[in-house]
Design a protein around this ligand. Structure first.
Ligand SMILES: Cc1ncc(COP(=O)(O)O)c(C=O)c1O
Length: 387
């Protein structure tokens, strides 16, 4: 019975070019992927600085497996906390210059667990319309009044702030570097409005942490608003090259989350070896200023090249959407790149709004000048110049 319903839905998805499938590779070296013996240049990874394949990180993981075993054996509050978890939390708070930090198993767990802990009935959440799905789900779970403003529209945000003046408390929630559009939230304006109307700011800096801003401290450092954000969530599965996430803020905020965020309390702690790998990765993020600067220069050059090809570029970093509109067109374009030995994926609704299906191209520090040249050649051949 249930399968009948499921297969109807799957059929509809397939018809509309929206069916999803995993694609498996037998090898990956951070720069290329291999599938059925064929090698592809990797152009859709969030491993922006290539740390997932960094030798020092891999060694740290292997050592920690030998010392602590595989799993953590329980939630953080029962028997799952080991030295690497606490060291990583301490390192993250130092890195971001906050008072404290708390680990979560993933960014999805962090957002879907933290938001319902900090906002509830009688509160209001004002959120950018293009926020990541994990933020949206956290907002829906919270039972707070959930209002969305058009992407980066500060006049609309201000209107919502005026409209919600009677809420018990108000949170403005935004991505820092938007995951699918690659542009930045106007964080200085957001913080200014929050201050003016007595609202609080929740920032998901998943894609900027470790790469953007002075010292890789993300969009708060970039916009000069460090210390003005109530809670910062970051993930360790992107520039840190591992997995997991954290919330950073005041000591009181972190103690509150430890007691109230259900996805922290009721979930197995990340394996100690993952924490140890993250620890090494964040240490490297703290020391790799020159590599980070080089990488950002190559990102700028790539933007220049794309503009030369007449692309109206709205991306401000290493996430570059090539918007095609229709889901099937995006799928066909992805296949054309695969044929040219380049791997990237079509991103379709509901990950992006209807009519904005796209290829989400990402740049990483592992790619070479030659790789980027191959990519530009393929874009010229595959993507209509009107974009
Ligand atoms: C902005 C943002 N927040 C949260 C997440 C979820 O993080 P994780 O993959 O660690 O669950 C993502 C994932 O892509 C993201 O883009």
């Amino acid at each position: 019975m249930a399968d009948e319903i499921f297969s109807t839905v799957l059929g509809e998805l397939e018809e509309n070019g929206l069916l999803r499938r995993t694609v498996s590779f037998e090898a990956c070296d951070g720069r290329t992927l291999t599938r059925n013996g064929k090698q592809y240049l990797l152009f859709c990874s969030n491993d922006y600085l290539g740390l997932s394949h960094e030798r020092r990180v891999k060694d740290a993981v292997i050592e920690a497996v030998a010392q602590y075993g595989f799993g953590s054996g329980g939630s953080r509050l029962i028997a799952g906390t080991r030295t690497p978890h606490e060291r990583l939390e301490s390192q993250l708070k130092d890195f971001l210059r906050t008072e404290a930090a708390l680990l979560f198993s993933s960014g999805y767990c962090a957002n879907s667990g933290i938001i319902p802990a900090i906002a509830g009935k009688g509160d209001a959440i004002l959120a950018d319309r293009l926020n990541h799905a994990s933020l949206v789900d956290g907002c829906l779970l919270s039972r707070a009044e959930f209002l969305r403003y058009p992407h980066r529209d500060m006049a609309a945000l201000e209107k919502l702030l005026k409209k919600t003046s009677s809420a018990k408390s108000r949170w403005i929630i935004s991505d820092g570097l938007f995951s699918m559009d690659g542009d930045l939230a106007p964080l200085d304006d957001i913080c200014g409005l929050a201050q003016k109307y007595g609202a609080r700011v929740y920032l998901d800096d998943a894609h900027a942490f470790g790469v953007l801003g002075d010292g890789g401290r993300g969009t708060p450092a970039m916009f000069g608003v460090e210390g003005k954000i109530d809670l910062i969530v970051g993930t360790l599965g992107k520039a840190a090259g591992g997995m997991g996430a954290f919330a950073a803020g005041s000591k009181i905020a972190v103690d509150f989350l430890l007691n109230r965020a259900r996805s922290f309390i009721f979930s197995t702690a990340m394996p100690p070896a993952v924490a140890a790998g993250n620890l090494k990765a964040v240490e490297i993020l703290g020391e790799c200023g020159a590599e980070r600067a080089d990488f950002l220069l190559t990102v700028n050059s790539f933007h220049t090249e794309l503009k030369r090809l007449n692309f109206a570029l709205k991306a401000e970093g290493y996430i570059i959407p090539l918007v095609l509109g229709n889901a099937s067109d995006a799928l066909n374009a992805a296949r054309a790149f695969w044929d040219e030995g380049i791997y990237l994926q079509a991103v379709r609704p509901p990950a992006v709004p209807e009519g904005t299906a796209r290829l989400r191209l990402t740049l990483t520090a592992r790619q070479t000048d030659e790789d980027r040249g191959v990519m530009l050649g393929a874009i010229r051949r595959i993507i209509p110049p009107a974009l």
